[in-house]
Design a protein. Structure first.
Length: 559
């Protein structure tokens, strides 16, 4: 679940096909899945309580689901390359696109008013290649909230030979949730001047107060721009939409594969529609109930905990990096380096931005695949004398070059309106500035090596719409909860939290890479076997530390 604080290594493009979102850093702005009301209470007060919303099927008298098949969008080679398809794979992707079917399903905007305004949910389908032994359909969601799953059947089938087998006996169903991509959506126009770039170094209380007020104003303005629509952007309604998709496809049961926030969607769907939920695999399990500041605190603690592994790795290579021979020595040295850069930001003549402690914290926050390069970055930062930037630092920052605009026809990867709405429509917390500032200060104190990667945020402060938390229960078909032992975006403890609410079998992945099961053939083979047989063992090794994984820290990867 990425919400507003996912950091990517500055200057390096994101290459994770299953990614959630990226948020602006001081050095580079990237698309976000999560960047992070009195007058409207009457509009939402009639909403049913979570228990009724989650346990009810289509309202009595609800019109039947309809599916309108239509021509699929055309994607240029430029668009496909921008989505990460290498040139040699273009013919294979073109063959899959030729097989893909596209359509829309009509659903009520407000399920309390089934005969009122309807919106459309865009879907895709890759039919099973073995029609004789076909087992059904599997729907996909990549996370967010706000991630587009429209092309996930293509992405998953193209990922590796193991994931390709999923399409042999299953129809693969992609969809854009309401509010995203080709489905009905709204955009919030920017309000007021863009936020000023803060000076280097830790944010001051005065600057944080200004940022708080601006964030509150943006969130309130967005929600009030179309409260009738934005108030209906919720996990429960997306789960209801998904069951409408199932019915329109003529499936008695619907399998589901979700990653990150998609795991919460799967859990809500299974709780709301136990009779129609089929086999379900949830990878990088989200927390069952979204609440700030618990959400951010647990992620920040996971990042600091993972740095402990990196510190032990650096200690074993003291002759290369020189930060100490014990994890404690390494930790102390890196924390001191971060404090030094925060207190004395460095300016280099060949970089357009100053460097402060955020860069040190980013280096300390990498997955195991990035430790060699991160260690080199830390070493160069410690030894830098100027006037030019150290070579690896300059290489990774990319010289501050702006990212090229997306090519024409590029499908939306994530939608920030749904990202914020789905979270804040379910989180009852509306912190005042004093509470938000105190939480941020505690987080920095508890996580001295990595805490600076997370920006100060107001959470859902200023969101004027009534919150309607989800309700979960143990019900439905076979369920696998896949947790990764060392990852940050979905800390492993959330797997146990979710199991306490919905049951299921825990599948442990021994890596620190968010949503890696589909990308690792050995793990993917077990996932495919589960959907084929309904059985699975206790876990897999996960992603190897080499080659390096994309450099990023998801301190808030939207679920």
């Amino acid at each position: 679940m990425d919400r507003g604080q996912t950091r990517v290594w500055p200057g390096r493009p994101h290459r994770d096909a299953m990614r959630k979102h990226e948020t602006p850093t001081r050095w580079r702005a990237a698309p976000a899945l999560a960047v992070l009301a009195t007058a409207l209470v009457a509009l939402v007060a009639a909403a049913p309580p979570a228990s009724a919303a989650n346990r009810a099927g289509p309202p009595a008298g609800s019109p039947p689901s309809s599916l309108d098949w239509q021509a699929c969008p055309h994607y240029s080679d430029e668009v496909l390359r921008a989505r990460g398809v290498p040139a040699e794979r273009l013919p294979a992707i073109r063959a899959l696109l030729a097989r893909m079917e596209c359509g829309t399903v009509s659903v009520p905007l407000d399920y309390r008013r089934p005969h009122g305004r309807h919106i459309t949910v865009a879907i895709t389908r890759l039919k099973a290649t073995d029609r004789v032994h076909r087992l059904g359909s599997i729907a996909f969601n990549p996370g967010g909230p706000g991630g587009s799953g429209y092309l996930m059947p293509i992405d998953v089938t193209n990922m590796n030979p193991e994931t390709a087998r999923l399409n042999e006996r299953y129809d693969l169903i992609g969809f854009d949730p309401r509010g995203v991509g080709y489905s009905t959506k709204v955009l919030c126009a920017p309000t007021g001047p863009p936020p000023e770039q803060p000076p280097p170094g830790p944010i001051t209380k005065q600057a944080a107060r200004i940022a708080y007020d601006q964030e509150v104003a943006r969130q309130r303005s967005c929600a009030l721009s179309d409260p009738a629509f934005i108030g209906q952007l919720s996990t429960v309604n997306i789960a209801r939409d998904l069951d409408r998709v199932r019915a329109a496809l003529g499936e008695r049961k619907l399998g589901f594969l979700g990653v990150s926030w998609g795991t919460l969607l799967g859990a809500v769907y299974r709780s709301a529609f136990p009779a129609t939920a089929g086999r379900m695999f949830l990878d990088s399990v989200a927390l069952p109930y979204f609440r700030q500041p618990y959400f951010t605190d647990v992620r920040a603690a996971a990042a600091e905990r993972n740095f402990g592994r990196m510190a032990a790795w650096l200690a074993q290579r003291d002759t290369t990096y020189g930060f100490g021979t014990t994890p404690e020595q390494v930790t102390a040295a890196v924390v001191e380096l971060r404090r030094d850069y925060d207190g004395n930001p460095r300016r280099f003549t060949d970089l357009p931005m100053p460097l402060d402690g955020v860069l040190v914290a980013l280096a300390a926050s990498q997955n195991a695949g990035g430790w060699p390069l991160a260690g080199q970055i830390l070493k160069e930062l410690r030894e830098a004398t100027g006037p030019t930037a150290p070579p690896t630092v300059k290489q990774e920052l990319g010289g501050g070059s702006p990212q090229p605009p997306p090519p024409a026809g590029m499908p939306e990867r994530s939608n920030p309106v749904l990202n914020r709405a789905a979270l804040c429509n379910e989180d009852p917390n509306r912190p005042d500035f004093a509470s938000a500032w105190a939480s941020y200060q505690r987080r920095l104190a508890r996580n001295p090596a990595t805490g600076r990667t997370g920006r100060f945020s107001a959470g859902c402060a200023g969101w004027p719409l009534q919150s309607r938390p989800v309700e979960l229960r143990k019900a439905g078909g076979p369920l696998v909860l896949s947790g990764h032992l060392y990852e940050t975006p979905s800390p492993y403890e959330w797997t146990a939290d979710m199991r306490n609410e919905v049951g299921g079998t825990v599948f442990t992945v021994e890596d620190d890479v968010h949503g890696s099961v589909l990308r690792v053939p050995d793990c993917a083979a077990k996932l495919v076997s589960f959907f084929t047989t309904g059985r699975i063992d206790q876990g897999c090794a996960g992603a190897s530390p080499a080659p390096p994984s994309p450099f990023r820290l998801s301190a808030d990867d939207t679920l």
